[in-house]
Design a protein around this ligand. Structure first.
Ligand SMILES: Cc1cc2nc3c(=O)[nH]c(=O)nc-3n(C[C@H](O)[C@H](O)[C@H](O)COP(=O)(O)O)c2cc1C
Length: 278
């Protein structure tokens, strides 16, 4: 079994790397292990050119994305470990994430790879949406997320506490099989994608901000439970991703059909020249 660890931290021997290494070390002896530091790759921003659509086309930017995608395709399972920066995940995760539009419809090439995520954050209560951002990143890579951990640790090395390392080793075991578990102690999470970012309407209707699963708040055991609606396919299911890809292709086709008219609308906004000069 080949396991690839993606490190979304610029820090060498930082908390994310320590957790990823602990997980890799916990895997069976015959495991082939490899690590990639996302922040060291040359990944340019997505240009929104849509040249990568439809599905059989690749991104036209010539940088390290192809190298990374080949590494992921060659792995049987993936570990993603990244820190929270300004309440989201580190830029390297977002930079690669935006470019995943080029593989949005390529489920068949990536499917069947289990993944676990570890997110570190420095200040209690400042974890923001880092965990959710990394979970989404994994799902847009078509990985099957089997578990996640969220660790408060500020300075590099602080995550190396016995109970945290034990959690990391147990999490690594999820790469080998068993039921997925994306629960978070003490809070409700989405039944479909495990996100803790749930919108609650005054009516008690609940919506997962990440995958759009719907449910409702119900009184239960002196508190509240969220009952999620069954049926339909989630945004992150293979069918949901095909739907997303089809939607993007339709947007591209509409643009091509209407581009002359859209150019006529856009052109007057080209002046005056208010761009700052460096
Ligand atoms: C620019 C920057 C922004 C950060 N933003 C947050 C934040 O929003 N919330 C938080 O709890 N910690 C924040 N941190 C702290 C890191 O998440 C924390 O130190 C983490 O353990 C770093 O993991 P690493 O060692 O793997 O890089 C930030 C750190 C840096 C350098």
């Amino acid at each position: 079994m080949r396991v690839l660890a993606l490190i979304g931290s610029p820090r060498k021997l930082g908390n994310s790397e320590i957790l990823a290494r602990e997980m890799l070390a916990a895997l069976p002896a015959e495991t082939e292990r490899e690590m990639v530091r996302l922040a060291e790759l040359r990944i340019e921003p997505c240009r929104a050119c849509y040249a990568c659509l439809p599905a059989d086309r690749d991104c036209v930017i010539n940088d390290d994305l192809a190298f990374l995608l080949e590494k992921i395709k060659g792995a049987d399972a993936v570990i993603i470990a990244a820190p929270v920066y300004f309440l989201g995940a580190h830029t390297s995760v977002k930079a690669v994430g935006d470019r995943l539009i080029s593989v949005i419809a390529n489920n068949a090439e990536y499917a069947g790879k289990r993944c676990v995520t570890a997110v570190t954050y420095g200040i209690p209560g400042w974890e923001g949406y880092g965990r959710e951002m990394v979970l989404n990143f994994a799902r847009f890579l078509h990985l099957e997320v089997a578990g996640s951990m969220l660790v408060q640790a500020a300075s590099p090395g602080e995550a190396a506490r016995p109970e945290v390392l034990a959690e990391a080793r147990a999490l690594a075991g999820r790469l080998l099989g068993g039921a997925e578990d994306l629960s978070l102690p003490g809070v409700h999470t989405c039944a479909a994608c495990g996100s803790s970012l749930l919108q609650i309407a005054p009516s008690g209707a609940v919506r997962c901000v990440m995958c759009d699963a719907r449910g409702e708040l119900r009184a239960a055991d002196g508190g509240f439970a969220v009952a999620f609606a069954a049926g339909g396919h989630g945004r992150f299911s293979p069918a949901g991703k095909e739907e997303h890809a089809a939607l993007l292709e339709a947007i591209k086709a509409r643009y091509i059909a209407e581009r002359n008219e859209l150019y006529r609308i856009r052109k007057p906004y080209g002046s005056p020249d208010w761009w700052a000069k460096r």
